[in-house]
Ligand binder design. Structure first.
Ligand SMILES: Cc1cc2nc3c(=O)[nH]c(=O)nc-3n(C[C@H](O)[C@H](O)[C@H](O)COP(=O)(O)OP(=O)(O)OC[C@H]3O[C@@H](n4cnc5c(N)ncnc54)[C@H](O)[C@@H]3O)c2cc1C
Ligand code: SF4
Ligand code: SF4
Length: 419
C-alpha cells in the first residue's frame, strides 16, 4: 500500500521522472530506472522517508503546476506560455552546430554562460559512459563537458537530481532540462531560497515525450547491435540536422564497430514514440513555459536531407532570458535571425494540438475517477475548444479506449529495477 505522497504520485501515473524529489532529499529518496515505467523515485520505507516525501511535494511539478506567476498577455502566451522573443539560430562553433540536436543552440548558450562568467557550471544530462543506453545528470564546467550533452537523448533522464548539489555549490549553475524538469526546478526555486540564488538561468528543450529503456532496446535491435556487444555510444540525433540514429559497439577483441543507421523519422516513428509513458500524453507543457529560454526545432522549415546544417528555434520566455540571448548574439556565441513571436505555432503545429487534447483527456480520466495533474491558471479549456469537433471527441473517447487497453486504473509498480 502507498504510504507517502511521492510514492502515490508514481503509483497514480503522475510522475514525469524529473528527479527533483530525489535531488532535494537524496538521503531518503533515490531514482531508479525501470525498463517500462521509466526513471522513477523510490522513497525509503521509514518515518524519515515519509517526512521527506511530504516535504518533496513542494518541488514536484508532476502532480501540480501553477501558471499564475507567468506573464500571459495575449493568445500566443496563453497557448505556449510567455513568448517575449523568437529567433532561428545556430551555434557559431561549427562542431557544436554539427553535434547539436538541431543547431546546437542550447550548448552554445550554456557555453556562453560559462565564458561570460554568468555561471561556473551547467547542470544537464549526458549518456552514461559505462552504459550509453542510460543517462546521468552531470554538472559541466567546460566545453568538453557540455559537448557530452549535445544531441537529444530520446530516453529517460532526471536532470533535477542535481538540485541539492546546485543549492550547495559555490558556483552559479545554469540548468538545462525538458519542460517537466524545468517546471519542477521553477517550483523548487519558489520556496528554496539557496537554490533560487544559485540558478541564474534555466533552458528547456521542447519535448513531445520521453521513451523508456524498452524503446532503446528495440532501437538497438533495429540498428543490428549484437545482443552481447558492449555499447560504446548511441546517438539519437546530431551529426547534422536532424541526424541519424546510430550506435558504436565493441566486440570481445575490443574492436569498435559502427552499427547501421536509420533516419530520425523512422527511429522516432517506428521504435521510440509508442513507448512514451502515459504521463507524457497528459503533459500540458511541451515547450518549456517555465524556463527563461526554450529551444526546439524550426520544423516549419524542415531540413532537406538527413544531415543538413542545423538550425534551432530559440524562444525567450523571461526578460532575463531575452537579455541573455541578445548578449549571446552580440558575443557571437550564436548566429541568430529574429522571427515573429507566432513562429512557435508554425514550427510546432502538432504540439499545439497535443496541448489542446490535454483538457479532453483529463476530463475523460476524471469521469472514471482517475487522478490528473493539477494545472492552475493554465488556459487549457480554450485550447481544447479551438480543436476541430472530431479531435475534441477523440481526446475523450480515445482516452477511455486507452484506459481500457492499458488498464490505467491499475497502480504503477516499479519492478525489474536497474540503477
Ligand atoms: C525526448 C525528447 C523529445 C523532444 N521532442 C521535441 C519536439 O517535439 N519538438 C521539438 O522541436 N524538439 C523536440 N526535442 C528537442 C530537440 O530535439 C532539440 O533538443 C532542441 O531543438 C535543441 O537542440 P540544440 O541543437 O539546440 O541542443 P543541443 O545543443 O544538442 O543540446 C541538447 C541539450 O538537451 C539536453 N537533453 C538531451 N536529451 C535530454 C533529455 N532526455 N532530458 C533532459 N535533457 C536532455 C542535453 O543535456 C543538452 O544540454 C526533443 C528532445 C528530446 C530529448
Ligand atoms: S519530483 Fe519529479 S521525480 Fe519526484 S515524484 Fe515529482 S515528478 Fe516524479
Ligand atoms: S512530454 Fe512532458 S512530461 Fe513527458 S518528458 Fe516531455 S516534458 Fe516531460
Amino acid at each position: 500500500m502507498t504510504t507517502d505522497p511521492i510514492s502515490a504520485i508514481v503509483a497514480d501515473n503522475m510522475c514525469t521522472g524529473c528527479g527533483a524529489c530525489a535531488g532535494a532529499f537524496p538521503n531518503a529518496i533515490r531514482m531508479i530506472e525501470d525498463p517500462v515505467q521509466g526513471r522513477r523515485p523510490v522513497v525509503e520505507n521509514s518515518d524519515a522517508g515519509r517526512r521527506a516525501a511530504k516535504s518533496a511535494l513542494a518541488v514536484c511539478a508532476g502532480a501540480s503546476s501553477d501558471w499564475s506567476d507567468l506573464k500571459v498577455e495575449d493568445n500566443i502566451d496563453a497557448d505556449w506560455g510567455p513568448v517575449l522573443g523568437a529567433w532561428e539560430a545556430w551555434a557559431s562553433d561549427p562542431e557544436m552546430r554539427c553535434q547539436g540536436s538541431s543547431g546546437g543552440a542550447v550548448t552554445a548558450l550554456a557555453s556562453h554562460a560559462l565564458a561570460a562568467g554568468m555561471a561556473g557550471g551547467v547542470a544537464h544530462i549526458a549518456a552514461r559512459r559505462d552504459d550509453p543506453r542510460l543517462n546521468e545528470a552531470v554538472i559541466s564546467k567546460d566545453r568538453a563537458g557540455l559537448m557530452r550533452g549535445t544531441g537529444s537523448r530520446y530516453a529517460q533522464a532526471s536532470p533535477a537530481e542535481k538540485l541539492g548539489e546546485i543549492a550547495r555549490s559555490d558556483d552559479q549553475i545554469v540548468f538545462i532540462g525538458k519542460p517537466c524538469d524545468v517546471a519542477s526546478v521553477h517550483q523548487a526555486m519558489q520556496s528554496w531560497v539557496e537554490l533560487a540564488d544559485k540558478i541564474p538561468l534555466t533552458i528547456s528543450i521542447f519535448c513531445a515525450g520521453a521513451p523508456n529503456l524498452t524503446a532503446t532496446e528495440r532501437l538497438l535491435q533495429k540498428l543490428e547491435v549484437p545482443k552481447d556487444a558492449q555499447l560504446a555510444d548511441l546517438r539519437y540525433r546530431g551529426n547534422g540536422w536532424p541526424g541519424l540514429m546510430q550506435a558504436i559497439w565493441k566486440d570481445p577483441q575490443g574492436t569498435l564497430h559502427k552499427s547501421k543507421s536509420i533516419t530520425y523519422a523512422e527511429g522516432w516513428g517506428n521504435y521510440l514514440q509508442s513507448e512514451r509513458r502515459w504521463r507524457c500524453r497528459i503533459c500540458s507543457d511541451h515547450t518549456g513555459a517555465f524556463a527563461d529560454i526554450s529551444v526546439g526545432d524550426p520544423w516549419h522549415k524542415p531540413p532537406s536531407g538527413e544531415q543538413d546544417k542545423g538550425r534551432s528555434l530559440i524562444i525567450a520566455r523571461t526578460q532575463r532570458g531575452q537579455e541573455f540571448v541578445e548578449a549571446a548574439i552580440r558575443a557571437q556565441a550564436i548566429v541568430a535571425e529574429p522571427r515573429p513571436r507566432d513562429v512557435i505555432a508554425r514550427a510546432q503545429p502538432n504540439l499545439k494540438a497535443t496541448h489542446g487534447a490535454v483538457w479532453g483527456r483529463s476530463l475523460a480520466m476524471r469521469i472514471v475517477g482517475l487522478r490528473v495533474p493539477r494545472t492552475s491558471d493554465q488556459p487549457l479549456f480554450s485550447l481544447w475548444m479551438a480543436l476541430p469537433l472530431k479531435q475534441k471527441v477523440q481526446s475523450v473517447l480515445g482516452t477511455w479506449k486507452r484506459i481500457l487497453r492499458e488498464r490505467l486504473w491499475r497502480k504503477v509498480t516499479i519492478s525489474g529495477v536497474q540503477k
